[in-house]
Design a protein around this ligand. Structure first.
Ligand code: GTP
Length: 159
């Protein structure tokens, strides 16, 4: 028998409706977006997006690319991090003006941070001992870090 599926519903920083689940790909087998919660040497590994601010790395899945390959690639491009282990955590949708996106969340351990010639739309890696308690109000942080996806995923990882 299948376990009862739990869907978390809340609104994001821009008041778009978000639905998050820790089930196995509940919304799409082929999501077009990925987000990767990263650890490196007992620290959180984030990137500094030039416009949005500090956030965990992520982005769009390219054509003929799997979501997990996109996740590994985005970590490298935005932080220089080489992924050692990665696992699927959950999936969420964001319903915005331009339509609904589906994003996979992964938890990854990085074994090495190498220098990159370019970090694309970001200024590269940022290591943190702790994610600040005021992340939802802190202007240094990206809107992507400001809804319950982050808190629920961190709790899920810790469990
Ligand atoms: P381009 O096609 O590159 O221009 O993409 P975009 O800037 O329109 O954004 P994208 O397709 O990545 O996402 C569309 C919208 O979904 C964004 O404007 C956000 O409002 C929202 N969105 C994307 N990712 C996230 C996320 O991780 N969390 C939340 N809350 N919203 C997101």
């Amino acid at each position: 028998m299948k376990a009862v599926e739990i869907m978390y519903k809340f609104t994001d920083y821009y008041r778009n409706e978000v639905t998050l689940s820790f089930d196995d790909h509940p919304f799409s087998q082929f999501p077009k977006h990925v987000w990767v919660i990263c650890r490196y040497k007992n620290k959180w590994l984030l990137t500094k997006h030039k416009e949005r601010g500090l956030e965990f790395p992520g982005g769009k899945v390219e054509e003929n690319e799997s979501a997990i390959d996109a996740a590994v690639r985005e970590v490298k491009e935005e932080t220089g991090g080489i992924v050692a282990t990665i696992r699927y955590i959950g999936q969420y949708t964001v319903a915005g003006k331009g339509g609904t996106i589906v994003k996979n969340v992964y938890f990854a351990h990085v074994k090495k941070i190498g220098g990159q010639k370019t970090y694309y739309e970001t200024d590269g890696p940022v290591l943190l001992n702790h994610i600040p308690r005021d992340v939802k109000r802190n202007r240094k942080y990206s809107f992507i870090m400001k809804d319950d996806v982050l808190t629920l995923c961190l709790t899920h990882i810790a469990d």
